[in-house]
Design a protein around this ligand. Structure first.
Ligand SMILES: Cc1cc2nc3c(=O)[nH]c(=O)nc-3n(C[C@H](O)[C@H](O)[C@H](O)COP(=O)(O)OP(=O)(O)OC[C@H]3O[C@@H](n4cnc5c(N)ncnc54)[C@H](O)[C@@H]3O)c2cc1C
Length: 457
């Protein structure tokens, strides 16, 4: 076994919290999507900041790689332990430490999942809005700078995290930020850690912003005759400052997949799922204004989901879109890619992507948090077929290049992991070498999730 001395020391320190069975190592060898799995030598299940610091110190003393693991739903091979070593599982650090309704914030451990957090908050009248499709951990969401359907109104993890506790590669435990809403006090280490994908430190505590549950909510579905019409309606909605809470695009193939998987009665046409939050009067006014915009761009009648259970069904179906895609081609695996462009370029980006998909002959539904200019492709491939993998890579490459040409980014929310590293120089220019300097300064032995985001040796 590689890293034998480190694993022996971890076993001595952690007893049966340090696991080397094949089943557990296999579970920690990969995230979602298509990347080739690599087994860690051991998985250590931690329950406190002190234990995280202890594991880090042992790994540091033995030069053993350590890859933080939330619940493993990331899409770009983030959790694959490329150089073996330890997968540090934080899912048992799942306490909600303190809720401060008067300040609209909450302090949690990283293993709390987003759904559980909202269940626990329900009676406070508050909620946490960031909602990736999977029931991800707050630690993983912070580490990937995740977002979701609500980001157009409430922001992403970048806007919703106020402060962190982080264990550094040398075992030091630091605090970044405070519960104050703003600060001009020095470098923003909180933002540096958000999106660092386990490469700069291990997040052990997170202070999150909360929001009041809206007094009134209305959701619905609007179909269009063309993709152009649907996306132009989105662009106009955003440009006119309508404070829509959710505005999600599904192309006709994605609608077919979602309707079949979630048993919804939907016309197979380019479709928007929408939601408005506010007072009764505010929501009525927003819906009416959106109706006018939609009509201008060829939108059909708006179908409302008025009952809470219908609304929940609709959004659950949207969150399950990836699994619906997999059901389109049983046995397939998703080669997932996401890109984000300035809103004015969105229609062009999606229409050209549609042409690319047609040329490739692949099954690749499009879905997106289009209010942010963000869209995703789930290219459904046979993971055993090298030719299909290559074709999917070529398709994803065109989308990434086009996003950069349009002044956008190669990933709006899924992150870099392994899959998007090849674009980092093109996106960041000299800034990428500054990222490498930061990595060297904070993790000189390159032990924290090595080989991700930035390569230093
Ligand atoms: C069906 C489906 C839908 C999805 N939809 C969305 C979406 O809408 N928006 C979106 O943004 N993402 C989406 N994702 C991707 C995924 O859910 C997010 O990337 C999520 O933030 C990952 O959280 P996780 O807990 O699974 O993290 P993991 O996959 O376990 O880890 C992700 C990364 O974070 C690091 N990490 C984990 N915990 C810590 C920690 N405590 N400290 C430091 N580093 C840590 C890991 O090392 C790794 O690099 C989706 C995934 C699926 C399967």
């Amino acid at each position: 076994m590689a890293h034998e001395a480190a694993i022996a020391a971890l076993s001595a320190a952690f007893g049966d919290q340090c696991v080397t069975t094949d089943a557990v190592r296999d579970h920690h060898a990969r995230g979602e999507a298509h990347h080739t799995p690599v087994r860690p030598d051991a998985v250590v299940f931690v329950t406190s900041t002190e234990e995280v610091a202890k594991a880090m110190q042992i790994c540091s003393a033995h030069g053993c790689p350590i890859v933080p693991f939330g619940v493993g739903t990331s899409m770009e091979g983030h959790v694959v332990p490329l150089r073996g070593g330890v997968s540090l599982d934080l899912s048992k650090m799942d306490k909600i430490l303190s809720v401060h309704p008067e300040d609209l914030d909450v302090v949690v451990q990283p293993g709390v999942t987003r759904r559980r957090l909202n269940e626990e908050l329900r009676d406070t009248g508050l909620f946490f809005p960031v909602d990736p499709g999977a029931d991800a951990s707050i630690g993983g969401m912070t580490a990937t700078r995740a977002s979701g359907t609500n980001a157009v109104r409430y922001g992403t993890m970048r806007e919703c995290v106020l402060a962190l506790e982080v264990v550094l590669a040398d075992g030091r435990v630091i605090r970044t930020g405070t519960r104050a809403r703003k600060s001009s006090a020095g470098y923003d280490l909180t933002k540096l850690m958000i999106g660092s994908e386990g490469t700069l430190g291990i997040i052990t505590e997170i202070t999150l912003r909360l929001f009041g549950q809206p007094e009134a909510v209305s959701s619905g579905v609007c179909t269009f005759d063309s993709i152009e019409g649907a996306v132009d309606a989105v662009i106009m909605t955003i440009q006119s400052g309508l404070p829509v809470a959710r505005i999600e695009f599904l192309d006709e193939l994605q609608v077919r997949a979602v309707a079949a998987y979630s048993k919804l009665d939907l016309a197979e046409k380019p479709t928007l799922f929408l939601e408005f939050h506010g007072t009764d009067a505010g929501v009525a006014e927003q819906s009416e204004r959106f109706g006018e915009i939609a009509a201008e761009f060829g939108g059909g009648a708006f179908e409302w989901a008025t009952k809470t259970e219908d609304r929940n069904r609709l959004w659950r179906a949207r969150h399950d879109a990836y699994y619906a895609c997999r059901a389109l081609r049983p046995g397939s695996q998703g080669y997932i890619t996401d890109a984000c462009v300035p809103i004015s370029r969105l229609a062009e980006a999606i229409l050209e992507t549609k042409k690319d998909i047609a040329d490739s002959g692949m099954i690749a539904p499009i879905v997106g948090h289009v209010g942010d200019g963000n869209f995703h492709l789930a290219i459904m491939i046979d993971p055993e077929d090298a030719g299909e993998l290559k074709a999917a890579e070529a398709l994803a490459h065109r989308i990434a290049e086009r996003a950069l040409e349009m002044g956008g980014t190669v990933t709006g929310e899924h992150g870099v992991g392994l899959g998007k590293m090849k674009y980092m120089e093109a996106e960041h220019g000299d800034g990428y070498s500054v990222m490498a300097d930061i990595k060297r300064a904070l993790d000189p032995q390159n032990l924290l999730n090595p080989g991700k985001v930035v390569q230093i040796n």
